[in-house]
Design a binder for this molecule. Sequence first.
Ligand code: OXD
Ligand code: MN
Length: 623
Amino acid sequence: MIPGDLGKVLNKPSLENIEGLGNQHVIDQLNGFVRLCKPARVTVFGESLEDVAHVRELALERGEEVPLKMKGHTIHFDGFYDLARDVGSTKVLTPPEMRLSKNINTINRDEGLNEILGIMDGCMKGKEMLVKFYSLGPTNSRFSLCAMQVTDSSYVAHSEDLLYRQGYEQFKHLKGGKEFFTFLHSAGELDDRKVTKNTISRRIYIDVVDGKVYSANNQYAGNSVGLKKLALRLAIYKANHEDWLSEHMLLMGIHPLGKKRVTYFAGAYPSACGKTSTAMIPGQSIVGDDIAYLKEDKEGYCRGVNIEQGIFGIIQDVNPVDDPLIYKSLTTPRELIFSNILISDGIPYWLGMGRSDIPEKGTNFSGEWFKGKKDKDGNEIPFAHGNARYTMRLSELENVDPRYNDPDGVTVEGIFYGGRDSDTNVPIAEALSWEHGVYIGATLESETTTATIGKTGVRRQDLMANIDFVVVPLSTYLTNHIKFGRKLTHKPRVYATNYFLRHEGKYTNTKVDKKIWVLWAEGRVNGEYDAIKTPIGMIPLYKDLKQLFKTVFKKDYTEEEYIQQFSIRVTKYLEKIARMEQFYKDEPNMPREFWDILNQQKRELQELKIRTGKDAFPPISFV
Ligand code: OXD
Ligand code: MN
């Protein structure tokens, strides 16, 4: 018998599940949520196959997802004003004594709680509250954390069943303890299309003190799915108060041609800047494409786990040439959810899919769509959205790494940092030290994309591709990074990558060239290539890239291409340094190493410029 309001709205299996957990903290929280949200009933799920199948059935029954022609495929629409992460409405609840950096969105904790509890009061009237338990990371692993999701959206619960490992049994291992994260979500009032009506009251409030996130009036997974970007924020807070890293990073195995070894890399790229496509480079294996926890092991190596077991991927440009493996998975029967693309006759169509027979009408994120349909500002609505997505399990992919579920994770020997940078960074450069690697991450910049609400193409600072998620002062976060690497006896090498460099408006590389840069980095980690030392890092020798292009793509890589791509754009780097000085100048307690490296790089680049009067230097100048 469960006392309180919860007891009145549970059916028998739910009662058994809640009693089976033996966790009074869970019961207390749920009692509070029931009082607040006032659902008509509450279903508490275990982790049996029937329970998992039931969530998907609910999503179909309620029309939150609609089946497509292909077996297992469904479509979900988020609504016209709910198509990306809403950074503006996402705030950290800060008690009076807590100071965060000025670029982090905050709200006084009492005020914020008052507001969100007001918004969520009665938000589930007449609806069913779903309660699910997950593991962030492989189960039975020292990396992993427990998470409870409470939501009225069966789409959210279904997405989480695809993206995360079930954690009901793991919750039992807490033995009644309160070491878990909680996510309370409500899609709010829905219209006939099952999309959220009151996006104006969309709020995502993060209570780092209490390990809880409240998310209301939204469905787009970056705002609604607690275990994704909401848990990333809570984990960053936790990691920075302990001694590990919670990062917006892929994990992948790199397999050099003709050799038996595999070397694991992590990589941070802002949303829609090549993270998934790096993890999916043909011939390599994917451990994860979005979020990793990194910890030191007993031998002083860095080990990483993917906290997810699925992909919530951007579908634009997934086509047989650029992303053959994902394309195959999206066009064959399996359980997957499409969102915000065009559906016509039960068939999905998305931007850049490589088909020329796109229908002139169908259903998309704007409702019934026809070619030429305009939004209220008179702009033509494309047939699919640029941030449209697919959600599926990693196990559906042919190239999933055999260790993706390993509770000990993989040994991370290299880290990539890359942004959407049209004019400064070379395609790949190796950091001169761990501290320089942290500097590279700290100075990552990128142009905004459709993954967040707002104008696209605006250059902004995005340290470690994590700027939207860092909920501790930036200086604390960077100091934690420096300390983390310092204590490792086997430090990963760090690489700056740039897939977006342009010359006279045109990209200097093709999309597939990233394979060469990652193979070069893998070779460096294994002592195979020499490199040229420059003030911004170690860059490849022409002969090694020429040979890699030849063996991998049977392509002649010319010296002109090399010089164009790997010249050090001194003036541009100096401009970037000035932007960084501006960005970090008011940040108290920055690690001394950051300013030392910045000043040294600035001195060396200025000297070069003054001595020669040139804007850019070909690699040969540094030999
Ligand atoms: C994502 C994001 O969806 O970072 O992964 O926005
Ligand atoms: Mn992401």
